[in-house]
Ligand binder design. Sequence first.
Ligand code: S3P
Length: 436
Amino acid sequence: MGERRFEPVGPLRGEYLPPADKSISHRAALLAAMADEPVVIRNYLDAADTRSTLTALERLGAGIERRGDELVVRGVGLRGALETTGGLLDVGNSGTLMRMLPGWLAGQAGRRWTIDGDASIRRRPVDRIAEPLGRMGAQIAAREGRYPPFTVTGAQLRGIEYDLPVASAQVKSCVLLAGLLAEGVTEVSEPVPSRDHTERLLVRAGVPFERRGRRLRVCPVDALELEPIAVPGDPSSAAFVIAAALLVPGSRIVVRGVGLNWTRCGFLAIAERMGAVIVGSREPEGSFAPEEPVGELDVAAAPLEGTTVAPEEVPLAIDELPLVALLGAFADGDTVVRGAEELRIKESDRISAVCENLRALGAEIEELPDGFVVHGTGAPLRGGVVDARGDHRLAMLGAIAGLASQAGVVVRGIDAAAVSYPGFVDDLARLTAASA
Ligand code: S3P
């Protein structure tokens, strides 16, 4: 487990190109593997999670070829995974892969796979996909009825109407993918909007798909057809660097090539409400276009004030809520996040991990069952030690806290950042080098 110290630095300056979007990379590879013709993916994320996806797809018979910065995926067709022998699929640390892949496998009648992953994955529930897939006719048998390892036994599926009990893009995507192989229509309703990358890609793949408010309908198809997919920069990875630029006085960076899909921009809206200066147009709320919007953001450090995050903002900023806590710790006044109990079942229990780690750095923060309240004083955190608990986003949170702190932060387990952002430490070093 790598340990690294992040010292207080001078301002972040310059242009910043975030790594490729993790969510879109997983989906692009998965849909490409379900297509009949080869699909070109540009700017596919090269990180531990998205490598797990490629390895799993290769086991299912897909061909993966790297050509410069392009990936060519030779798919097996929608029902092609039937030709494989079944067996064990290792998802590593990836919850998205673990919950989306079974949507496809569930429709491969008569085949069975076992899905497993690392220690963190084994604590993450799969009953949320077992329930709808079971209703569609597949069988999912999980450890203690809930956790990996679990087996997926495929069947001829039937379409269902499904009201998602939680706003989860992973579960929504799983049911929509299964709907491609089901008899009849599959309808999914979400309680509040969550990231919609799967829906956009389905439209691009020629799938009969309809979206009316929060109700989504998909019809079965014989084949998917996909033009080359260009993966934009990841707004969730960029959020760490943006937070650093907001917190380190005098910073000003220009973020280029970042995805600005409105279902991923919750953090920017929350930060702006706190006083952040972020210039750049984003996709209007409620938009739905097949192409992912990409653009530029100009970010400058500013004094921050506390805010209250509304429940419907939670899914739009779910992976950035630890950063909202960090901003809150430097802000003046209280920052309140409620309705975010989903954070407890991420790569770590992110409510307790964020509270314990930020408290260790000098923050005043109260843990709630479904969120936290940070009592900010407007002064920088003291510093100390952050334990990443094997969670990539906690590792990066600790590093950003260190750059903005008074006395520096040691991050235990910084290697975890490579799950989504292998170039993280180098990018920070480059952006702070000008002022070193
Ligand atoms: C993701 C959805 C979110 C998010 C995760 C990626 C996705 O999870 O936290 O990092 O790519 O669909 P949930 O669907 O469980 O909310």
